[in-house]
Design a protein around this ligand. Structure first.
Ligand code: SAM
Length: 286
């Protein structure tokens, strides 16, 4: 089976297996070899790397990963793709396919079984409908991950790397940046996929911090505060936090805490950095 990263070979495989795209699984297959190079380069795949690929599709990116990494595990939900993958990846002996929903997969077990519990690299052209749960699941479960290099919707990539003052800045920016350093590796136009998605795409690498950039006494409280601040982002922080059903602080207490942190009483969440949210969270905890 030849290189799949072009329209002719992709169409030939789809025809051979009479494969029908399933929109519900976010199936947009890559057909551009340059984009594969960019993903591999951004992920910095080396010969001794263990890679987890999420959603291999017909195996286009998987083939490249097998060429460059030591071992690849690919988790694909669509059972109709399994016989295709067995065919397109038949010449590689360093790949295993797991037919499963990635959101229900025990990734820690994969890292333990196949990589002796050592950190893994995650690479994927993600199904966009579950981008956030996949990425936050990987970070929050504390699975050992060195980096996550993924194709995501362009707007989502912008949100992940945005800082205070930007319109894209929000709870996702802070959650991602708490765990990792984002780097936008490439913008990818619609015509690099089959079928074409209705949105622009981008490759982003999230390099996991060895040490968190901030110290939160209570991580859960920090994220409750961040979520509450951006659920009502046009309100002042005091109002947004006092309205939150997840938090139990009255306005006077919140105002005192803001003052103790040196913030304006009318500050909005969108103006605060991760460090400032952590300071507020630790002050409220105290
Ligand atoms: N990697 C292939 C490529 O680049 O051509 C396909 C990428 S396509 C955007 C997303 C893939 O994720 C599809 O193959 C889809 O079936 C799979 N997928 C969707 N939901 C999934 C889930 N919950 N768990 C695992 N795979 C999933």
């Amino acid at each position: 089976m030849g290189n799949l990263a072009n329209p002719q070979n992709t169409i030939a495989v789809l025809k051979k297996y009479q494969f029908n795209f399933q929109k519900k699984f976010g199936q947009n297959f890559l057909i551009d070899p340059h984009v594969l190079d960019k993903i591999l380069h951004a992920a910095d795949i080396k010969k001794d790397d263990f890679v987890l690929e999420i959603g291999p599709g017909i195996g286009t990116l998987t083939q490249c990963l097998c060429e460059h990494a030591r071992q690849v595990i690919a988790v694909e939900i669509d059972k109709n793709l399994i016989p295709i993958l067995q065919d397109t990846l038949s010449e590689y002996d360093n790949v295993s396919i797991i037919q499963e929903d990635i959101l229900k997969t025990d990734i820690q077990k994969i890292a333990d079984t196949y990589n002796g519990g050592k950190p893994i690299k995650v690479v994927a052209n993600l199904p966009y409908y579950i981008t956030t749960p996949i990425i936050m699941g990987l970070f929050e479960s504390h699975v050992p991950v060195t980096s996550i290099t993924v194709m995501v919707q362009k707007e989502v990539a912008s949100r992940m790397k945005a800082g205070p003052g930007s319109k894209d800045y929000g709870a996702l920016s802070l959650a991602v940046q708490y765990y990792a350093l984002p780097y936008l590796a490439a913008n990818v136009p619609e015509n690099c996929f089959m079928p074409r998605p209705s949105v622009g795409s981008a490759v982003i690498r999230l390099t996991r911090h060895e040490n968190c950039p901030v110290e939160a006494t209570d991580e859960k409280l920090l994220f409750h505060i961040i979520r509450a601040a951006f659920n009502q982002r046009r309100k002042t922080l005091v109002n947004a936090l006092s309205n939150s059903p997840e938090l139990d602080f009255d306005k006077a207490f919140l105002s005192d805490a803001l003052k103790a942190c040196g913030f304006s009483p009318s500050v909005r969440g969108e103006a605060l950095s991760l460090e400032q949210f952590a300071l507020l969270s630790n002050t409220l905890f105290g």
